[in-house]
Structure formats: structure tokens, C-alpha cells
Design a protein around this ligand. Structure first.
Ligand code: SAM
Ligand code: SF4
Length: 344
């Protein structure tokens, strides 16, 4: 019989588990400390639990960690890992070293329902939500886990479409009983889903990145069908209710497509849309994907766009493009793996 993973359980959930097994409640804290602090990979290693309790726990539970099944290293140091989450389903996790930072980009779903025109994960369609255990395993099981400085939920999937599991993973990541990470080192990226946005902002202190890509509703709808359900103007209105001037940072992601959204008309409209909001804009280079009639903007166009935005009060940066030589666009590697399996 398949065992239930302990990874991804909050302290309260661990207390319920040990209580159900007739163990004292403090055992939950010991398990959390072994798992999240010492990062053991088996229940046998939890040596301050009695042998009897370890056996009892092992009968139904396991840590639930599993190593990546594949990895690809870029010449620039970026490493893309592929984790198997169920029969024929894989997710990508990307390690990005950069000066003093070491960022891990994690996935929240296999595939995605949002169907953005420019995204390879969107093209896969939706296969499954990841559990908190599968989200945390991406951190637990990469060789660089102890050197990480930042975590971004910018891999496969829409985090607000799987918010219960994402919030559970964030609780473990940011609590003292868990990994004890500062929420300032974690960013969750979303297209903006109505229910999820407010819930995330109320229940988590982590940074938020909203994928914007066009300030014009008709064009945003064409690029990102999620605009139909929750227009960017309403998202921005909702965001105005929160304070982003202190610990928590709000940023907008803006992929620059040549001749599509990269003229000054767009920069001006962005300034209008975001006026008065404490935020920054990250301009992203488009990673070409097969079958999309879109091209990335020229570097000079991106620089001029950035300078206009920054000059008009919205601090903007151009995100360095990493790992171009290893199927950089998120979803490319897992799609290739799936196609490989299909042709076997
Ligand atoms: C893959 S998504 C995952 C998080 C969330 N679903 C979202 O869209 O914000 C992370 C970021 O990658 C961007 N992205 C998707 N496909 C891309 C591509 N082909 N080139 C560059 N950025 C891309 C998205 O727009 C988003 O800003
Ligand atoms: S960009 Fe984000 S929301 Fe859009 S399809 Fe890709 S993963 Fe989903």
C-alpha cells in the first residue's frame, strides 16, 4: 500500500498525525525538526523517536522525498531539474546562480489551465495539481538546497489555481518549525485569479509578482485568456487596497514581444495603469517556443522601454535571460520528456 508523505505537513497537521497514532504531541515538533531542519531522508534517521514510534510511523508514512530523474546544465551555471510526480508526468525546477544570489524556480502544477499564448506549459494543457509535498520536494531534493537564497514560484503552473497546497508549502517554508525562511526571499508569480489573489495577500507575507504583459485589455485577453475572468484594471484596483511600501514587494512581469507590446504607447499606458502603486516592473526577454507567432524585442527597444518606465516613476529592470541552451522556456523540458515517453 502506498505510504503518505510527511513532507509538506504543517506542524498542526503533524500533531494530528502523531495524536492519531497515540504518540505524545511533542513528537510532531521532533519530526518537523528532523525533516525540515536536518532534512533527513528516512524516518529511521529520527533517532530521538523511540524505535516503537518510528516503526508505527513507518507503517503508514514516509518522508516523501525523491531525487530528480533528469538534469540539464547550462554553460551559464543554470541547472534545470526534472522531477517525476506521477506516471508520465514531470515538473521542472530551475536553479539559477547569479552573483550573491542562488534562486530556485519551482513549479506548482503539471501543465496549466491558463493557456497563455506564449507559454509552453500552457500548451501542455493541465494534468494535475502538485501536493505541498511535491512542491517542497523540489527544494528538498536539489543538491544546491543549502545554498539557496531565494525561491520563486515561476515554474510550471498557476500557483493561485492550486492555492491550498501552495499556502501549505509557504507555511512550512516560512515558519520557525519549518525551514524558517524569510517571506522576503520568496516570490509567488500569478496571472491574477480573483479568489486567489485576495486570499494569498491576506494569508501570506511573501512577495507577489503579477504577469501583466499588456496594459490593454483586448490585447492582454489575446495573450492571456485569464484576463477575461479577472481584468488587469480590477487586479490593480484590488492591489491598491494593500500596503507594498514596507516589507512586501509587488512587481509586474512584462514579456517584451517585438512589434506587439514594445512601443512607447505601451510604456505610457503602463505608467497610467500603475500610477500611485508601490511596485516595480521586470521586463522579460521572450524565450521562443514552437508554434507561437511571437518574437522577442530587440535589446535597444527593451533598454529604452526600461528607461522610460524608470524615468516616469516605475523602477524597472530587464531580467537576465538564463539557460538559453537548455530549453530555457519553462515547460520545454517536461514537454520533450513526455514526447520521448510517448514515442517509446
Ligand atoms: C511560467 S509562469 C508561472 C507562474 C504563473 N503561472 C504566471 O504566469 O505568472 C512564470 C513567468 O514566466 C513567464 N513566461 C511564460 N512563458 C514564457 C516564455 N516563453 N518566455 C518568457 N517568459 C515566459 C510568465 O509570463 C510568467 O511571468
Ligand atoms: S504563463 Fe503562467 S499562467 Fe500562463 S500558461 Fe504559463 S504557467 Fe500558466
Amino acid at each position: 500500500m502506498a505510504k503518505t508523505p510527511l513532507l509538506g505537513r504543517t506542524l498542526d497537521e503533524l500533531k494530528e498525525i502523531v495524536f492519531g497514532l497515540g504518540m505524545p504531541k511533542f513528537t510532531a515538533g521532533q519530526i518537523a525538526s528532523w525533516m525540515y531542519g536536518k532534512k533527513v531522508s528516512s524516518i529511521d534517521e529520527m533517532t530521538n523517536l523511540s524505535l516503537k514510534n518510528r516503526e508505527l510511523l513507518k507503517a503508514s508514512y514516509e518522508i516523501g522525498c525523491s531525487a530528480p530523474v533528469h538534469e540539464m546544465r547550462s554553460a551559464d551555471g543554470t541547472v534545470k531539474y526534472l522531477f517525476s510526480v506521477s506516471e508520465g508526468n514531470f515538473v521542472e525546477t530551475v536553479y539559477i546562480p547569479e552573483d550573491e544570489r542562488a534562486t530556485l524556480c519551482v513549479s506548482s502544477q503539471v501543465g496549466c489551465k491558463m493557456n497563455c499564448k506564449f507559454c509552453m506549459t500552457g500548451k501542455q494543457g493541465f494534468a494535475q495539481d502538485l501536493t505541498a509535498a511535491q512542491i517542497l520536494n523540489q527544494i528538498y531534493s536539489v543538491p544546491e538546497r543549502d545554498t539557496l537564497t531565494n525561491i520563486v514560484f515561476m515554474g510550471m503552473g498557476e500557483p493561485f489555481d492550486n492555492l491550498d497546497e501552495v499556502l501549505r508549502a509557504l507555511d512550512v517554508l516560512t515558519s520557525d518549525y519549518g525551514y524558517g525562511w524569510s517571506p522576503k526571499r520568496i516570490t509567488v508569480s500569478s496571472v491574477g485569479l480573483r479568489k486567489g489573489l485576495r486570499r494569498f495577500l491576506d494569508l501570506s507575507d511573501c512577495h507577489l509578482a503579477i504577469s501583466l504583459h499588456s496594459p490593454f485589455p483586448a490585447q492582454r485577453k489575446e495573450l492571456m485568456p485569464a484576463e477575461k475572468a479577472y481584468p488587469i484594471a480590477e487586479i490593480v484596483e484590488e492591489l491598491r487596497r494593500y500596503d507594498f511600501s514596507k516589507q512586501r514587494r509587488l512587481s509586474f512581469e512584462y514579456i517584451m514581444f517585438k512589434g506587439v507590446n514594445d512601443s512607447m504607447v505601451y510604456a505610457k499606458e503602463l505608467v497610467k495603469l500603475l500610477r500611485g502603486l508601490d511596485c516595480r516592473i521586470n521586463l522579460i526577454r521572450f524565450h521562443a517556443i514552437p508554434g507561437a507567432d511571437l518574437e522577442g524585442s530587440e535589446p535597444e527597444t527593451m533598454l529604452a522601454f526600461r528607461d522610460y518606465l524608470t524615468g516616469h516613476g516605475i523602477f524597472s529592470t530587464i531580467r537576465a535571460s538564463r539557460g538559453e541552451d537548455i530549453f530555457a522556456a519553462c515547460g520545454m523540458l517536461s514537454t520533450a520528456k513526455r514526447q520521448n515517453i510517448d514515442s517509446e
